[in-house]
Ligand binder design. Structure first.
Ligand code: ADP
Ligand code: MG
Ligand code: MG
Length: 889
């Protein structure tokens, strides 16, 4: 067959590796069936058909598909001794979405398809359980009505029409829970559902099972393009061209009685990574009930008591699948009359913490090698474990407690709808999305929020899974919480826990969530910085064995430098001297220097700055203790240091004992139309050489002082914004003369290099290298100047470019390989043509971004330099880059 692959019933036409064609769900169903696991038989319509439909329009299918589906259906009928639409032995199927990349809950699935007034009677007779048959029927009509026929609520916080109807039926029949609905009540629900379909769509609910099937297939393909799937794809960089597969699978029933259940399990704890079967189930229910977060399910350990045989079988299958895939699995299962059926397996989404622990544990268990373990680490996800957590010594009393669904701490202002979350976040607010339960439609709000709190749902509900995937703090099943989204208010029933009072919160109030304990606090709780745990330490030893690229840090202060060293930085790649100028006691001297009328005046002021700078540099040298320290000489336009408002000008005038008009005149004289391209960088020192001279002297004196105290020093002096070789030739001479005078006879060696941050510098890099001991690519400015795009103004239109796909990625986040990257390669080639051993590094924000680190590795860099908290990320990215280039060889 061309477009259809069957699975189950003793054979399978696909395998796990066929994800691109069969989607993850279909490929793994085929793999599980081929391993002899209990998988209800079915077939997969390939992603190729989805691409065909996207191209030709909804409802248009490739020739021959219909016949293939009919043949595959006939095989399933034969295997199960049932017939689709039959009045005595009817076949019921699920129609399930499943893309190549896992997108939990973002697309649609329809269960119990094949039911109509005739087949429901057959199902009742055959099972001897009419209540069950009608329970399936009401589920089917509601699901099909929503997904295929579009009978849904118009507004986001309004309940779905079928839910409203069901609630009325429950009230009328005095049924508290879905399980308490009698056959009569369920019959009534089906009739009301169908009436609603007729009212809304103007057409009766389709009775013909083949119409139902093709309606569902079409809707699942269309769900590939629904808004939430679109948001999810953008968030996770999944190309829209992939398409989804459709799986048609024989139904098994978890709602057939008390020896039936449905559930979700992880082979390890997805929040912490600890090695325990972890999951949730509901007795007498269907799959959607667990993952949709409607009922709060029971923990999997309970299953060992309620259905021990099925639990034992699940434990066996879980281990088998984890060993087979050599990774933590996320399983979906159903138990029908005590018998286990597997409905899905995939690599489990996990938190950064769990990602590290699982990889390290699998190595310890002998299932993975060091290199494979490193390849399992998503460097960007390490970010989560490096974030601050709530100070354990200063925890305020909690006002609520739920399940710790996704760890980390989140402080934000409360909003009650996904749309509000988005609006507030766009205004720059940090928000917490607080909901009764979240549905996949809330994805855009979850993305905008810093944390998510829900009253219902479990650890495996879609919102929990999606939050973990995004690395967002999430607390679910906070049962004391009651949310009224329409009134924009909520109540914590317990008040401050144990006080017995009610605590009301309104939109805009601040709360703190602890995703590691499930606790909720009022206001903002105190945070403490994260520590590298022992597992991450272990992983990092493997990372450091593999990588060849060195990792340095951008640090302006001794505190930053210390943090970075604790994260494994091997030097300072960028120390911005100007940041030292802004402290109140220094800014005055800096202003005096800028406002001086002549060189003599500037030198007087610089003499005051010299000892301060010397102290700063000495401290950095001491902290770095023999590691290289790259110090960039003054870079920003001078007017950045001047006062701007009339009030500030008056103040400075007083401090300096000068008339305010003089100061104001100087300020306006120094104001530039385009300071980014103005009098800054080494241009300052071409006009006022004494500035760099004094800075060089401060560096040299600091080096000498620290060296005398027995600490090795490795100063690297860096000259910014060079556009022509002559600039560097002159300034190098100036700096070297000054430094040599101080260091003569000390035996201290130092180097002088330059930042490459202008396209012209890349082009003439061979000649610049004649005067440079090293190059450090300043990719922030290089990106601005290559694109002709000011970083400060790009906010107006860059988001649109990204949203509409005009640019594939933000070039200020990830190095643009074809433009900026090409210039960097040109620069490296030019520089090394002149000096084969030229040391090359990067000090822009890109230095801590995984794809850019990989670029730097390929381009032959010696090091990357990034902010302290990104050092571990860069180390992992460097190791993965080394492994990737080995694999290419
Ligand atoms: P999603 O991608 O949103 O998880 P699925 O296709 O996995 O959607 O379906 C959701 C749930 O529906 C599954 O977890 C499973 O419990 C239930 N389900 C799907 N197909 C069947 C089936 N053939 N028999 C019984 N339950 C099913
Ligand atoms: Mg699923
Ligand atoms: Mg710069």
């Amino acid at each position: 067959m061309n477009y259809v692959r069957q699975f189950g019933g003793g054979s399978s036409e696909g395998r796990a590796k066929d994800k691109a064609l069969l989607g993850g769900k279909g490929a793994n169903l085929a793999e599980m069936a081929s391993l002899g696991l209990p998988v209800p038989p079915g077939f997969t319509i390939t992603t190729e058909v989805c691409r065909f439909v996207m191209e030709h329009g909804a409802g248009t299918y490739p020739d021959g598909l219909e016949a293939e589906v009919a043949a595959a259906l006939a095989r399933v009928e034969e295997l199960t001794k049932t017939t689709f639409g039959d009045s005595s032995q009817p076949l019921l199927v699920s129609v399930r979405s499943g893309a190549p990349a896992s997108m939990p809950g973002m697309m649609d699935t329809i269960l119990n398809l094949g039911l109509n007034d005739t087949t429901v009677a057959a199902l009742a007779a055959q099972s001897g359980n009419p209540r069950f048959a009608w329970d399936c029927y009401r589920r089917f009509v509601a699901m099909y009505g929503e997904v295929v026929l579009g009978v849904t609520s118009a507004e986001e916080h309004e309940p779905e029409p079928f839910d409203t109807i069901l609630d009325e039926v429950k009230r009328k029949h005095r049924a508290n829970r879905d399980q308490d609905l009698t056959e009569a009540a369920l019959r009534e629900a089906v009739a009301l559902f169908k009436a609603e379909v007729l009212r809304v769509t103007g057409a009766p609910f389709p009775d013909d099972v083949r119409t139902q099937l093709w309606g569902a297939i079409g809707a699942v393909f269309q769900s590939w393009n629904n808004p939430r799937a679109d948001v999810y794809r953008k968030l996770h960089n999944i190309p829209a061209s992939m398409g989804t597969a459709v799986n048609v699978q024989v139904m098994v029933f978890g709602n057939l009685g008390d020896d039936c259940a449905t559930g979700v399990a992880f082979t390890r704890n997805p929040a912490t990574g600890s090695a325990e079967l972890y999951g949730e189930f509901l007795i007498n229910a269907q799959g959607e009930d667990v993952v949709a977060g409607i009922r709060t399910p029971e923990p999997i350990n309970e299953l060992a008591r309620t259905l021990p045989a099925a639990h034992a079988e699940l434990v066996r299958v879980a281990k088998l699948l984890e060993d087979h895939f050599r990774d933590m699995q996320d399983l979906e299962f159903t138990i029908q009359n005590g018998q286990l059926f597997m409905l899905q397996t995939r690599a489990g989404k996990r938190t950064g913490k769990a990602m590290i622990k699982v990889a390290v544990d699998l190595v310890a268990e002998g299932k993975l090698g060091h290199r494979e373990a490193v390849m399992r680490i998503d460097p960007a996800k390490l970010d989560e474990v490096l974030h601050p957590t709530i100070d354990p010594k200063a925890r305020p009393p909690a006002i609520g407690k739920g399940l710790p669904a996704s760890p980390g701490a989140a402080i934000g202002r409360v909003v009650f709808t996904a749309t509000a979350a988005e609006e507030w976040a766009n205004k720059g607010e940090r928000v917490l999305l607080v909901r009764t339960d979240t549905s996949p439609e809330d994805i855009h709000g979850m993305k905008a929020a810093v944390g998510i709190l829900t009253a219902r749902g479990g650890m495996t509900s879609h919102s929990a899974v999606v939050a973990r995937g995004m690395g967002k703090c999430c607390v679910t099943a906070c049962t004391s919480l009651r949310v009224d989204a329409a009134k924009k208010t909520a109540v914590f029933a317990g008040g401050a826990l144990g006080s017995g009072k009610e605590l009301r919160i309104n939109e805009g109030d601040t709360l703190t969530l602890d995703g590691s304990t499930g606790e909720v606090f009022q206001g903002s709780a105190p945070l403490v910085p994260a520590q590298l745990g022992s597992e991450l330490g272990q992983l990092m030893t493997w990372v450091d064995e593999i990588r060849t690229l060195h990792v340095r840090t951008n640090a302006d202060t001794p505190t930053d430098a210390r943090t970075a060293r604790s994260f494994g930085a091997e030097g300072i790649g960028l120390c911005r001297t100007e940041h030292m100028f802004f402290q109140p006691e220094r800014i005055l001297a800096v202003r005096e220097m800028i406002l001086a009328a002549d060189e003599a005046g500037r030198r007087t002021a610089l003499a005051k700055i010299l000892p301060m700078q010397r102290g700063d540099f000495a401290e950095l040298f001491r902290v770095m203790d023999g590691l290289p320290v790259t110090i960039r000489l003054l870079d920003p336009p001078l007017h950045e240091f001047l006062p701007h408002t009339p009030q500030e000008i008056d103040e400075v005038a007083q401090q300096l004992g000068k008339p305010a008009q003089v100061i104001a005149a100087k300020v306006s004289e120094l104001t530039e139309a385009n300071p980014m391209l103005g009098h800054r960088g080494c241009r300052l020192a071409i006009t006022y050489p004494e500035i760099y001279e004094i800075q060089a002297q401060a560096i040299a004196e600091a080096a000498l002082e620290v060296n005398k105290a027995g600490v090795k020093v490795v100063p690297e002096i860096m000259i910014p914004l060079v556009m022509v070789p002559e600039e560097l030739r002159r300034l190098r001479e100036l700096v070297a003369r000054t430094v040599d005078r101080v260091l003569a006879g000390s035996g201290i060696t130092y180097t002088i290099g330059t930042m490459i941050e202008l396209p012209r510098a890349c082009v003439v890099a061979d000649r610049i290298a004649e005067h440079a001991d090293f190059f450090s690519f300043g990719t922030n400015d290089l990106t601005q100047t290559t694109f002709g795009l000011s970083r400060d103004d790009a906010g107006r239109f860059l988001p649109t470019y990204l949203d509409r796909g005009v640019l594939p990625a933000d070039p200020f986040v990830a190095i643009d390989p074809e433009g900026v990257g090409a210039l960097i390669e040109l620069g490296v080639r030019g520089g090394r043509a002149t000096k084969p051993g030229l040391k090359v590094g990067i000090c822009g924000e890109h230095g801590g971004e995984p794809s850019s680190v990989e670029f730097c590795h390929r381009a032959g860099f010696d090091y990357v330099s990034c902010s302290p908290f990104r050092v571990p990320i860069a180390r992992v990215a460097a190791a993965r880059a080394a492994l990737a280039s080995e694999a290419r060889k």
